[in-house]
Design a protein around this ligand. Sequence first.
Ligand code: NOJ
Length: 550
Amino acid sequence: MEKTRWYKDMVFYQIWPRSFKDGNGDGMGDLWGVYEKLDYLKELGIDGIWFSPIYPSPGADCGYDISDYMDIAPEFGGMEAFRKVLDGVHRRGMKLIMDLVVNHTSDEHEWFQKSRQRIDPYTDYYIWRPAKADGSLPNNWDSNFEGKAWTYDEVRGEYYLHLFAVKQPDLNMDNPLVREEVKKILRFWLDMGVDGFREDVITYISKKEGLPDDHLFPIYKGMPNYNHGPHIHEYLAEFKRDVLDHYDCMTLAEAPLVSPKLALRYIDEETGQMDMMIQFQCQCADCLFTDYLPTPFFLPRLKRAFTSWQQGLEGRAWNMLYLENHDHPRIVTRYGSEEFWSESAKMLAVSYLFQKGTPFVYQGQELGMTNWRPERADMYRDVQTLWQYTHSALNKTEEQRLKRLWRSSRDGARSPVQWSSEENAGFTTGEPWMAVNPNYKRINAADQEKDPASVLNFYRRAIALRKRLSAVRHGDYREYFPLSPDVYVYAREDERQKLLVICSFAKKTLALPVPEGFDIDSGRLVLLNYPKAKKHFLQPYEARVYLWEK
Ligand code: NOJ
């Protein structure tokens, strides 16, 4: 089947369903709620939706612990509501991709229940090991969420590996039967009309033979022994050859710790096995690898991440562009400023929407939602956050522990979408499963609809502009002033157009940075996040896009 690579002309939106919109009043987001908002997404300029998991799940990791891959959870509306949404999406000319989570399942999945009892063919579906001769754990790996990566199972009398929560046992992808199961899942959804997959920590699925101890990494011990493991490309190529090649679909690989060079092994358009990649480097301008090791925000790091991916994939692979998702605190709070809230939210939009690639907008980002900071630790829901609270920073005061979570918890970006200034931000008529951010009276979609200068209307304009400009789709990328800690300046150029994008990340007024060879006065200012631009100065968090038609 010929691949049309339709995703290249699109802007995607990520729905994290629990907190998007509740349609039945039970306090949790669902597919009925999504259905109500399809026109809202269309008007924003969205062409495709990525759903974080909506399958049946005990919810230990908010759906990333799946107990049935071929169904939709009843609390989200079941298969009936899903088919309605899928149809509604396609009728509006949009695409829909699902989250494929096959590094691990839920421990409540039937496969695991049978595997722990050694019932064939499931006996080797997971990674089971006895204790070492001295009684210690099978190896020294850490889980990404809660303590060590091994838990003892009484029924089986062995340890199982879980790189994430205790309730997320890792599948044994070396077992061909497990790979057949993955293919069945892929076919099931593609045959139903789904357009592709975002593949959860897909670079973790092949573990080094013998599962050796790791003496390299101080935290996340074990990662070098399972990230980009020995058979990863072989397995991905098998999925491609046997299933994905037979559909005009798109795949997006989630890949912690990856460089553009390494990414090409996965997504080179000639030789790769997938289409795009979610890299983490753009999330590391204010932390070291994880949000739990914060550092002050440093713009040159963000720019290096942006530019190295723009240049590194040029002509060979396609970028996935994003600033927010459900795994990191909100970007306005981190890279922008709550003080210059509206200006910085809009500037951040400009900073990435005009790069080359397919942009993704995370729910609420288009409203400039800020980080949620609950008053008490027990208001958090996320397994990783709760573990961090109980097991780290124990010698700190309650206030210090809470502040740490405010800064680092991914729940900061998971509070319900703020639809209106009505009770519970218009998210639900029931009791919300997670508290809404109290600033919803000030930041919400209904008010922003009415205000032409709102963040929401700015996103609409920026996305519409992006789609009109051929230079954004095809043009070269060039960055200026890469070492500046205050401004991000880049140009895009094709045979018809030239664009100059100027973004200030500073709280103060700056001299307008104009790269050599650009005559600003001859260009058309096609996007600006202030009512008026000053001739020689950039206002705090100002963003401008200039256009020259050739
Ligand atoms: C990455 C997902 O984005 C995250 O939310 C999840 O907790 C882990 N993978 C485990 O599935």
